[in-house]
Design a protein around this ligand. Structure first.
Ligand code: NAG
Ligand code: NAG
Ligand code: NAG
Length: 373
């Protein structure tokens, strides 16, 4: 029975792919925190000499291996997570071959700190997909931030590369990188009773269990994969912050989005609508209990309607539900959220209002119809 045989092979492959995924697809990549460093003979000072000197990684260009307490220009470079990291000089990169499941969606999370270069950026790529993440603005008080990026696997083994495209006078200026993790994302599907995908933000990039600063979701092109399934971040260089319940207060479920960049970044989802039909948008506005004690305003735009939601934050957690009724004007409606103002904590880091549990439903004008009958 040839058919059964192909079927069994197919099943074994399916199980195998899934097993591989369970093995590698959530948490740190092999030696993702650079705990295993190069042998002493492979280092000239901090500069890594061999292409394959760092276990599990392949490097190119000026890459330094840095351990916590390392000084540069009189400043200590603090290294979290495992106490070692790599610095990518001009045009340097690190890469690792990773096993994934074809056609599945993945998000990459890594921590980075900027050093002395101007307009620091990192180019993250998997095969032909790439994204340039701005790492210039620092969002946490320790100088380290976690960034996310997503891709859809076209093959079962792919090269994940992080490249510093910078060209600084001092080749030792460039971002320090640590803790690279991967997580499988669900394909963006709608949940029952909500026209929006991932409206509660429960699916999103991996958040390191021991890092207190959330994960930044950078701006992306309209056609690229989002680490926050269903949602796009539109901005030139700014981000939104993905926060989770154990460390922050979130209005609903376990995860939410903090709008940390004022009007410079928008959280956007496009949804199919019927022109002329009425819809209702509902969402929570609150604060993450992270000491952001400010008077906040979230503005939601949808079709020709908009709503400004005021929220007085005590910085200790809390929220309110907001509602906006509107009539669709086209086949596609963009749902857009922005923080109207910039906010800052006492330590000088950016913060802002939290949005969560966003729902969109079609409403019939029942009351009006009853009046007509
Ligand atoms: C180590 O670096 C110094 C300064 O960049 C260089 O002069 C020297 O040749 C290097 N040593 C080795 C063994 O590559
Ligand atoms: C980023 O890296 C990818 C893969 O190496 C490359 O194709 C792409 O052109 C790079 N993008 C930029 C802006 O440098
Ligand atoms: C909506 O879609 C229909 C059918 O796909 C098309 O005929 C119509 O022109 C579209 N309307 C608008 C406003 O885009």
């Amino acid at each position: 029975c040839a058919n059964c045989f192909t079927m069994i092979i197919w099943l074994i492959r399916l199980v195998w792919d899934h097993l591989l995924c369970i093995l590698v697809c959530i948490g740190l990549l092999p030696n993702g925190n650079f705990k295993d460093g190069p042998a002493k003979s492979q280092l000239n000072g901090t500069v890594v000499m061999g292409r394959h000197s760092i276990p599990n990684w392949e490097i190119s260009g000026f890459v330094e291996y840095i351990q916590s307490g390392h000084q540069q220009g009189g400043m200590v470079v603090a290294v979290p997570e495992g106490a070692s990291a790599v610095r990518l000089g001009n045009d340097a990169s690190i890469r690792q071959n990773i096993r994934v499941t074809r056609r599945a969606y993945y998000s990459i999370t890594f921590s980075a700190a900027r050093t002395c270069a101007q307009a620091e950026k990192l180019n993250v790529s998997v095969a032909a997909d790439s994204g340039v993440l701005p790492v210039q603005t620092v969002y946490s008080s320790g100088g380290w931030d976690s960034y996310s990026w997503a891709f859809r696997a076209k093959h079962s083994a792919v090269w994940l590369a992080i490249h510093n495209p910078g060209a600084e006078e001092d080749p030792a200026c460039g971002p320090v990188i640590d803790a690279i993790a991967i997580k499988t994302l669900q394909p963006p599907t709608k949940s029952k009773g909500n026209m929006l995908r991932n409206g509660d933000f429960e699916d999103g990039p991996y958040i390191f269990p021991d890092c207190p600063w959330g994960v930044l979701v950078p701006p992306m092109d309209e056609d690229s994969c989002s680490p926050l399934p269903g949602w796009m971040i539109m901005s030139s260089t700014k981000v939104v912050k993905y926060v989770d319940a154990p460390r922050y207060r979130v209005p609903h479920g376990a995860r939410a989005v903090e709008l940390v960049a004022g009007r410079e970044a928008a959280l956007v989802q496009e949804v199919a609508t019927v022109a002329g039909r009425s819809y209702r948008l509902q969402f929570y506005v609150g604060d993450a209990a992270n000491g952001c004690k400010e008077s906040m305003v979230v503005e939601a735009y949808v079709a020709a309607a908009s709503l400004k939601v005021q929220y007085q934050s005590q910085g200790t957690g809390g929220y309110r539900r907001a509602m906006l009724d509107f009539v669709a004007v086209g086949n596609l409606t963009r749902v857009v959220f922005q923080s109207l103002h910039y906010h800052m904590k006492v330590d000088g880091t950016l913060c802002g209002p939290v949005v969560d549990d966003i729902s969109l439903v079609s409403v019939r004008k029942r009351a009006a119809r009853r009046l007509l009958m």
